[in-house]
Design a protein around this ligand. Structure first.
Ligand SMILES: Cc1cc2nc3c(=O)[nH]c(=O)nc-3n(C[C@H](O)[C@H](O)[C@H](O)COP(=O)(O)OP(=O)(O)OC[C@H]3O[C@@H](n4cnc5c(N)ncnc54)[C@H](O)[C@@H]3O)c2cc1C
Length: 336
């Protein structure tokens, strides 16, 4: 849609529902939406497109939403790209948001591009940072580009809504406010939007072979500086003592020292733990893209000039073989 003065009704966050529950990425996006809404002097709406919803939508008022639109129907029990895209387009035409933020999850990555095409506007996928430009009030959508070698900031100056997707854990979970309140709208979905050429004929769950590193509060990650696969054993030991998981940089995965589900970064997983150990990791931007929102970063590197030290809260300069066993022994003494 061409930009004109009618499209001014704030920021719309597309919520993610998994197994009838509001997924945490919804709250992460609401936190960021709230922050940029302050700069745009506008309001934040959250849209929940779902089959059944076991959580209370009011909960989202405590995370920054001022209005929640619930579009619920039995036909949405299983994710349907076609119906979801039509409902979002309908909501955009009805409520005219200026900005749409959505999760870059499997479903978000599937239906958002078709919505952008239906609305004749732009979409920036997998943003790592969002801001508002002084003066123009346009959304600044930053993401890695040209094979991850530069960070590009993209604007959508002529069309609305300005649309961006963001991977889970890219932004921190906002603090929960106790006194949140707002308006809930239960959308009457026009029957024509529920027609689809897609028919779900069955459902099968993937086997649980993937690393659950994304859910851990502590992540102990190793890089090429570990020199060989066996040295990951001490990282597993440290992670286990701390109740955490093991992460890895891309070269260690390429060297088959550890499996891909452990890879952190631009082409791996994005994590946001309370504490992130970067051991023998240089701190390339592609790695930082996957862990820079960790609350505490502890880096162990023998090179005092290693870029990882620029973002580390605790910098331990030395050989990991000297430092990690000392840490393990110390924690064993303290904890056991
Ligand atoms: C499109 C694209 C996507 C990418 N995606 C990812 C991604 O998802 N994740 C990712 O990690 N990378 C990714 N990369 C690769 C990235 O650019 C870097 O090459 C990579 O992160 C470097 O990994 P590293 O830090 O383990 O290795 P290196 O850069 O080789 O760093 C090794 C570090 O170990 C230190 N060291 C050496 N010996 C010791 C020792 N004994 N004790 C302590 N420290 C020691 C060194 O000083 C050095 O800093 C991507 C690249 C591209 C182009």
């Amino acid at each position: 849609m061409l930009r004109d003065k009618s499209c001014v009704d704030g920021i719309l966050v597309c919520g993610e529902i998994r197994q009838n529950k509001i997924h945490s990425v919804t709250k992460e996006l609401l936190g960021k939406a709230r922050e940029i809404a302050g700069k745009m002097a506008t309001r934040v709406t959250c849209l929940l497109i779902c089959g059944q919803l076991d959580d209370m939508p009011e909960e989202l008022f405590c995370f920054g939403a001022e209005r929640v639109i619930v579009a619920s129907h039995d036909k949405l029990e299983y994710f349907n790209q076609e119906i979801t895209a039509k409902i979002l387009s309908y909501v955009v035409e009805k409520y005219l948001p200026e900005v749409i933020l959505a999760p870059a999850t499997t479903s978000g990555r599937t239906y958002l591009p078709s919505v952008a095409a239906m609305l004749h506007t732009g979409l920036t996928a997998d943003c790592t940072s969002l801001d508002i430009e002084d003066g123009s009030g346009l959304l600044l959508q930053t993401r890695p580009a040209i094979g991850g070698n530069v960070m590009a900031t993209i604007k959508t100056p002529n069309h609305v809504p300005q649309m961006a997707t963001v991977r889970p854990k890219t932004f921190r979970m906002p603090e929960k406010h106790v006194d949140g309140n707002g308006e809930i709208i239960f959308l009457d979905i026009p029957p024509s939007l529920l027609e689809s050429r897609i028919e779900v004929i069955g459902k099968e769950y993937a086997s649980e072979t993937v690393s659950n590193v994304q859910d851990k509060d502590v992540i102990v990650s190793g890089g090429k500086g570990l020199r060989k696969a066996e040295n990951f054993n001490m990282l597993h030991e440290l992670a286990e003592l701390l109740g955490g998981g093991v992460g890895a940089s891309r070269p260690t995965v390429e060297a088959k020292w550890i499996g891909y589900p452990h890879q952190i970064g631009l082409s791996g997983r994005v994590v946001s733990p309370k504490c992130y150990f970067a051991i023998g990791i240089s701190g390339a931007i592609q790695h930082l893209a996957g862990m820079q929102t960790a609350q505490k970063i502890i880096a162990i590197n023998k090179d005092p000039e290693a870029p990882i030290f620029q973002i580390a809260d605790v910098a331990l300069c030395g050989d990991f073989k000297d430092i990690v066993p000392v840490l393990i022994n110390r924690i064993r003494r303290e904890v056991i």
